[in-house]
Write a protein that binds this ligand. Sequence first.
Ligand code: G6Q
Length: 554
Amino acid sequence: MSMAAHVQPLANRPATRTPAWDALASHYKKVSKLHLRQLFGDDPKRGERMAVEAAGLYLDYSKNRIIDQTLRLLLQLAEESGLQARIDAMFGGEKINITEKRAVLHVALRAPRGASILVDGKDVVPEVHSVLDKMANFSDRVRSGAWKGHTGKRIRNVVNIGIGGSDLGPVMAYEALKHYSERDMSFRFVSNIDGTDFAEAVRDLDPSETLFVVSSKTFTTLETMTNAHTARAWSLAGLGGDASSVAKHFVAVATNAAEVAKFGIDTANMFEFWDWVGGRYSMDSAIGLSTMVAIGPDNFRSMLDGFHQMDEHFRTTPFEVNLPVLMGLLSVWYNDFFGAQTVAVLPYEQYLKRFPAYLQQLTMESNGKHITLDGEIVAHDTGPIYWGEPGTNGQHSFYQLIHQGTRLIPCDFIAFAQPLNPVGRHHDMLLANVFAQTEALAFGKTPEQVKAEGTPDWLVPHRVFEGNRPSNTILAERLTPDTLGKLVALYEHSVFTQGVLWNIDSFDQWGVELGKVLAQRIIPELENNLEPALNHDSSTNSLIRRYRKHKESL
Ligand code: G6Q
């Protein structure tokens, strides 16, 4: 099978180019043989030493396969990669998204009132706060019932229509902060072009009590516009067909006022954001409108404050005690030297059940790149695959592979000291599982220990846990809006750090374009009443013919 150069194994890649990469490559040979049992045995204080607390998040990174020199070399790599200059360029509004010629300023979305961040010489912070104020005013009116639907009833249901960055953040934040949400209202999220998504979201809703938030940066995305038109028809059908009802039941979040007006939404009901906010970095922009309606403006602002605290930590703290930098460096260590292909994110908090899905977009759309900023093929593997599920559920399914499989899977465990729903002994049991898993992964169980339990010889190898499986543990006090902001910003900046080390553009996403273009070409071939002439490959042609045949026979 012929493979593109960029998917060849590491050994076949061009030579590494900086001293720190080379030093790390030879250092790896030494460290890879060390076992965490030995590292902890040699340094009884390792678990206290290799931990950092910042902005209320405690990161224990001691159960990683590193020694002090590894960290020194990784920090040297950060220096050589010019990380601080790149951080300053991002916060300074420089156009670091070079392929789209855009500034990358999600950090401006959470800058406090009165701060100043310039894009092309213009301070964007006042606009950010004016949109936040408009969102707060609107959210208060919807929550209090002052905003009435077309028939005079208050709004009880909010349906966000958006996809990708205009969906995953809002869904994740709503689920994460449900505890703080207005429980007399329901919040739904429609993203998929599959009609089932819309049909199921509205099947038990009353149109006179339902508000749609159409969230789309471009306001041209196929899925979102199709769902928005379907929602408009559903709403009108339920409200007697009066087109003036749209103003009461539809608001828009977009950067494109002309397209919003074309759809028929009054631009007075449009909440703006800007091209310097990337889709997957937009949950704290107006894209978070549904989140704000759910949890209220004060909680939303507290979430922004959490983001900002982590931003400041990232921007100003020396790298050796900088949480996002440390996490980014460790991720590169496993990805590029151990050849680990994935990272598991395991939140022991049911409310964070959509957090891994959110992180999949954040990490993989950002760092799934194989061309450097200089237009060359990367010398190192980039973006690992992020995945995960909440604990303890995962323990009863895929953890087997993490403990005893043949692959190395670095894990991030996330847990909170205080439960939001204290029920009996549940929380102690939950946290006992977090600590037990990281302990088992790191230290395992030796053949001697297994034998000492009276295990027959033939069964011993099956019951041995070799251990030495790395993990981070992130502990925070309680899942609050402010903590969620810190956690998301932690991963955003870890992704940025990794992207800088690989010298790639973490802020474009050209890889999603081709499929969209081809789908546009195929839609008429599926809808045409006459048999279309097909000019695809033989596989695609046959699939289209087969679909047409079965569609017609329905
Ligand atoms: C995110 C991506 C992508 C985007 C969606 C929706 O970084 O750009 O996921 O958010 O394609 O785009 P619109 O908001 O323009 O509808």
